[in-house]
Design a protein around this ligand. Sequence first.
Ligand code: G3H
Ligand code: 13P
Ligand code: ZN
Length: 330
Amino acid sequence: MVNYKELGLVNSREIFKKAFAGKYAIPAFNFNNMEQMQAIVQACVETKSPVILQVSSGARQYANQTLLRYMAQGAVEYAKELGYNIPIVLHLDHGNSFELCKDCIEMGFSSVMIDGSHFPYDENVELTRRVVEYAHQYDITVEGELGVLAGIEDDVAAEHHTYTQPDEVEDFVKKTGVDSLAISIGTSHGANKFTPEQCTRNADGILIPPPLRFDILEEVEKRIPGFPIVLHGASSVPQDLVATINKYGGALKDAVGIPEDQLRRAATSAVCKINIDSDGRLAMTAAVREVLATQPAEFDPRKYLGPARDKLRELYKHKILHVLGSNDKA
Ligand code: G3H
Ligand code: 13P
Ligand code: ZN
C-alpha cells in the first residue's frame, strides 16, 4: 500500500473547500504521456494553480499504471523544480468498479471517481457507498455521479443526456458519503458534443450549442448547499484548433463544444472541478499536424511533440486564467 501523502500529493477536500468559497474551479486535466504531464505542470506552476491530474482506465492501459503513478510523483518534484509547490491531486477518472478504485488507492492515488451513473439508482448508491467506505479509511476523496452525459457514455446508456434529477442528490450524498458529485446539465464528452440538429447557427454559419441547464444546477445547489459539484465533458472545442487540424489534412466535422462564458459562469457557482481532455487532444493534434505538413522532412519526434507540448501549455494557461479562475490559488 502506497500512501499518497508520502508522494507529496493531496486529496481534493481542502482545495474544493477553497474553490467553493473563492468562486473558482480546479482544473482536472487528463494525462496519458510525458508531454501532457509536463504541459499541465508547467501551466499550473506558471499560473500558481492547484491541479487535478486525471488518469482514465484507458490511460492506464495505454501508458501502464505503474509508469503513470511514478509520473504523478515526478510531477510533484517537477513543480518544485520549476519554482512553485502547487497542490497536486492524482485522481482516477470514471472508475467503473470497486476493484479498480481499490487498485488505484493502493497504488498511491489521492482521489477516485466511481462512476455508477449507468446503473439503476440503488445500485449506484451501493457501489459508491462501498468505494467511499474503503477510500475514507485512507483519507482518499471520492467523486460520484448522478445523471448520464451524452457522448462517450452513450454506448452504455441513452443517446441523449439524462439530466441529473435534483430530487435525488440529497439522498445520494447522504447515503454514500461522497466528497463531490458529478452532475449532468448538458455537457458531453468528446469533440462532437452536439449534432448540428441540436444547435442553431449564427449569421456566419457557426454552430451554437444549446445552453447548459443552469436551472438544474441551481436546484442541486439548493438541495445540497455548500457541496462541491463536478462538470465532466467541459471542453470548448476551440474552432481555431479545429480549423488548423482540418487545414493540415484532418477531417473533423461539426466539432462543437461548451462555450467558455458558460463554463466561467459555472466556475463561480458550486462547481469546484471542471474536466478538460478533448481540448488538449485538439491542441496537440493541431500542432503535430502543422509541423508534419509544413516540415515534411522532419522525423525527430521532439520536433513535433515539443510544439505540441507548448501549444498544450498555452491552452491550459488560457483555461486557468480566463475560464476556471484558479490562478494564484495554489
Ligand atoms: O471522460 C473521458 C476522458 O476524456 C478520458 O478518455 O477514456 O479515452 O482516456 P479516455
Ligand atoms: P471532454 O471530452 O469534454 O474534454 O471531457 C473530459 C472529461 O470529462 C474527462 O472525464
Ligand atoms: Zn468525464
